[in-house]
Write a protein that binds this ligand. Structure first.
Ligand code: ATP
Length: 381
């Protein structure tokens, strides 16, 4: 990558508050025109990282580079970035248009020039017809869009967003995710977005940095992070994952052969090297499993006993208990599959080539992690 490809670069950035290290060794770049999310549970350091890009915090060590220039010691108002916070802080006595006009008007741009930008931004956020309303006459989503137009009207190099949808109710939040993505595409400006909501990050981002305890665990596209997580933490934090402990017994082409502690020997893909005898976890996404009466011939199934089956409409949630007492959850299609899934019955779950994935280390608790990890849930609520 050349220096012109990216807008923001963090070089070995560290931030300590006294003895406490909030961000450690943040070292990555954010590309021109990219929708980039920083995702992680509460306290992982994502807001602190964003504040260092904005200039509201200074790194203890390392550098923040903006458009090729070291801005580590440059105050926020001299950086060509703009921040949208959870609270939009619109001026209540001003109209929508005046709120958007406020920045460029005080920046000595010619009236004709900034009026054209104000009209363009109101158009992009689809509030042209609301220009003369006051913020109190708008819905939460519309207020959010005014805040966006106000932040974008000076065409910053990057727009920094700190949980900007958190104040909206669930339905509106979902609608705004698509709207934000569209706005970002229309203006072509780099968006850096902080969230603890993995669904939000997956829906909107070109790339995601998953953070845990001050460190970036993985940076990748939503598909890469979902299908090939770098660590057990990422596998558990993004989506739901059954994580089953086992040991590497050998290799078969690109596949790793793993003997699970529950007994089965399976084949699975891996993006890292694992040596024979290494303790690993097999990741199985619930939606990629199918129930079957017979085992799969090619090491692509495991067997368990049905403990629960909950009808959920198009799919059912099947719970199997394995020989080592761990549970596996499968999201199976409803219909003809279901009659043989009786409590106590032995059932195999199988998967397509590439669906099972091997990760280094053993999970703290075998079986389905992700959504039921208490610490993650505690943050989401
Ligand atoms: P959240 O989603 O809860 O905002 P976060 O990932 O954005 O979490 P940060 O706000 O970056 O987390 O905080 C990271 C850690 O640094 C937290 O443990 C927090 O308590 C600590 N921290 C942040 N700001 C300060 C400060 N000014 N002084 C001391 N500690 C701080």
């Amino acid at each position: 990558m050349t220096s012109t490809d990216h807008v923001i670069e963090l070089r070995k950035v560290r931030k300590a508050f006294g003895d406490f290290v909030a961000v450690e060794a943040a070292d990555f770049t954010i590309r021109e025109g990219e929708f980039f999310a920083m995702l992680g549970p509460s306290g992982c350091g994502k807001t602190t990282t964003l504040k260092m890009i904005a200039g509201f915090e200074q790194p203890t060590a390392g550098q923040v580079i903006l458009n090729g220039e070291d801005v580590s010691r440059v105050p926020p108002y001299k950086r060509n970035v703009n921040t949208v916070f959870q609270q939009y802080a619109l001026f209540p006595h001003m109209t929508v248009a005046d709120n958007v006009r406020f920045g460029p008007r005080s920046k000595k741009r010619s009236k004709a020039d900034y009026e054209a930008s104000v009209a363009e931004m109101l158009d992009i956020v689809r509030l042209g017809d609301f220009a003369s309303r006051k913020p109190s006459q708008l819905s939460g989503g519309q207020q959010q869009r005014v805040a966006l137009a106000r932040a974008l009207v000076n065409y910053p190099s990057a727009l920094l967003l700190d949980e900007p949808l958190a104040a909206l109710d669930l339905k509106l939040r979902e609608a705004m995710q698509f709207e934000l993505k569209r706005i970002q595409r229309d203006v072509g400006i780099t968006f850096v977005f902080v969230t603890h909501d993995q669904g939000e990050a997956l829906t909107m981002s070109d790339r995601i940095a998953v953070m845990s305890e001050g460190r970036v665990e993985q940076i990748g596209t939503p598909e890469e992070i979902y299908n090939s997580p770098a660590t057990l933490f990422v596998a558990g934090f993004i989506g739901s994952a059954n994580l089953l402990p086992g040991e590497v017994r050998g290799f078969d082409g690109d596949d790793v052969v793993v003997e699970l502690t529950s007994g089965a020997t399976v084949r699975a893909r891996a993006s890292h090297e694992h040596h024979i005898g290494a303790q690993v976890s097999l990741m199985l996404r619930p939606e990629r499993l199918r129930a079957s009466i017979e085992p799969h011939a090619n090491g692509r199934s495991i067997v368990g006993t049905v403990t629960d089956l909950v009808f959920q409409g198009a799919t059912a949630r099947l719970v199997l208990r394995l020989a080592d007492d761990s549970e596996v959850i499968a999201t199976v299609a409803t219909g003809s599959d279901l009659p043989f899934l009786l409590p106590g019955a032995p059932v195999h779950v199988e998967w397509d080539p590439g669906a099972a994935y091997v990760l280094a280390g053993w999970p703290l608790r075998p079986g389905l992690t992700a959504n039921d990890i208490d610490t993650l849930e505690a943050h989401a609520s």
